[in-house]
Design a protein around this ligand. Structure first.
Ligand SMILES: NC(=O)c1ccc[n+]([C@@H]2O[C@H](COP(=O)([O-])OP(=O)(O)OC[C@H]3O[C@@H](n4cnc5c(N)ncnc54)[C@H](O)[C@@H]3O)[C@@H](O)[C@H]2O)c1
Ligand SMILES: [Zn+2]
Length: 390
């Protein structure tokens, strides 16, 4: 169903990076909003600061501190709500590999608690929008000259150990090239985080259909932009790189630096979510949201260095993480057809905005080393000495 501008919307994780941008865009049109968040210390630090978010004081915006894992939270948060935008989640891919219970409790348990409430209590919810992730694909789609479109499985450790980074055709063993991944690709989650996002999708799709609630599932690519957590050392390559550059540290590029991702600006992501509210054309669909472009990590490092300045270099370390994908970028034909969505912010323009914002933020102490140590000590990150500086 389409949401009217006087319908009340609940955004879980509403004080997070993407939640705040969706809230800002909805507040501009005076949509009644409830933002539910537990203000996770890993994301917000000990003293959360929203002083630059004036719209939070608008009379039609209510902020509620609560935890999506608790049934009582939903009884309060869902009062008079027409639509739930469910974003609250633990989001660190590497960290999910050793904090399995915590990731499952929040991401799967929190979603199950919401759906349990909707199945068993009186409520006014008619639509759910779920933030899922590109990570459910694992390795993305590739083209083989002989076999056509193929979906290679996770790269085996033995292959990474030989520094053979590019996946080969799973059917004939030939060299293959990354291509845009469509939603019909069969999911191959390679991390606990990805497995929890895929589980969320299944729960929402099945329960919403049974309850007669419209459900839109978005698979976001790598979202970046002003307001992303600079404190969380477990997520966000742009946060990590920009902080390392400001600390004067050398950037550590994993593998050979040519692994690639699809970087989409947060305002484009929020716009896609708003489009899905304004019609029922995406109800019952799973849609990619991205830029539709693949950009190598080395290119991102260069673009950031140009903007942040400093004399530090990037360093191809040959380190690698178990479960990392090599390439993945979005096929946007589904969302273009359903919602008429196309990204509007180019990577260069988005990075200009991101860096201008970063420069006004305090430099965080180096928590990345600790996060990397945690992975290495568990055998989830491999290091070697064949490093070169670029
Ligand atoms: N940022 C990305 O690149 C990206 C990519 C794909 C998918 N996503 C998904 O989008 C959603 C939002 O991501 P984000 O980048 O804004 O992350 P974020 O960490 O900035 O925001 C998540 C918010 O959820 C809150 N939260 C965490 N656990 C909670 C709990 N138990 N109860 C209530 N609130 C809780 C946190 O305090 C935080 O404010 C997540 O579901 C994430 O999986 C993000
Ligand atoms: Zn082949």
């Amino acid at each position: 169903m389409a949401i009217k501008t006087n319908d009340k919307i609940l955004i879980t994780g509403g004080l997070g990076f993407i939640g705040l941008e969706i809230a800002r865009q909805l507040a501009q049109r005076r949509q009644p909003l409830v933002l539910l968040d537990n203000l996770s210390q890993q994301v917000h630090g000990a003293l959360p600061n929203f002083s630059d978010r004036g719209f939070l004081h608008n009379s039609h915006v209510q902020v509620l501190r609560g935890d999506v894992r608790e049934s009582d939270t939903w009884a309060t948060a869902l009062k008079d709500i027409r639509c739930v935008i469910h974003l609250a989640a633990e989001t660190g891919t590497g960290q999910s590999m050793y904090e399995i219970r915590r990731y499952t409790d929040t991401n799967v348990g929190g979603t199950a608690t919401l759906l349990d409430y909707l199945a068993n209590q009186r409520h006014s919810v008619e639509k759910i929008v779920l933030a899922s992730s590109r990570s459910v694909y694992g390795e993305g789609a590739y083209l083989c000259e002989r076999c056509g479109m193929v979906y290679p499985p996770e790269r085996p450790a033995a292959m990474l150990c030989r520094h053979q980074w590019e996946p080969l055709c799973p059917k004939c063993g030939a060299m293959i090239h990354a291509t845009a991944t469509p939603e019909c690709a069969s999911p191959q989650p390679a991390s606990v985080y990805a497995a929890t996002k895929l589980a969320q999708e299944g729960l929402v799709r099945i329960a919403a259909a049974a309850l007669g609630i419209g459900a839109v599932i978005f698979r976001f690519q790598n979202v970046y932009g002003e307001g992303q957590s600079l404190k969380n050392p477990y997520t966000g390559i742009l946060s990590i790189f920009s902080n390392q550059l400001r600390l004067g540290k050398v950037l550590d590029l994993y593998e050979d630096g040519r692994e690639s991702r699809d970087f989409v600006h947060v305002s484009d992501v929020a716009r896609a979510v708003l489009l899905s509210l304004d019609s029922d054309r995406a109800d019952g669909f799973t849609l990619n949201v991205g830029s539709g472009l693949d950009t190598s990590v080395a290119t991102i490092a260069d673009l950031l260095r140009e903007r942040i300045g400093g004399h530090t270099s990037a360093h191809v370390s040959g380190h690698y993480r178990i479960g990392d994908v090599r390439h993945e970028y979005a096929d946007l034909s589904g969302i273009r057809k359903r919602l008429g969505f196309a990204p509007e912010i180019s990577l260069e323009a988005g990075l200009d905005r991101f860096v201008a914002w970063v420069k006004g933020q305090p430099v965080e102490s180096d928590r990345l080393s600790q996060a990397s140590e945690e992975l290495a000590s568990r055998g989830l990150m491999q290091r070697d000495d064949q490093a070169i500086t670029v």
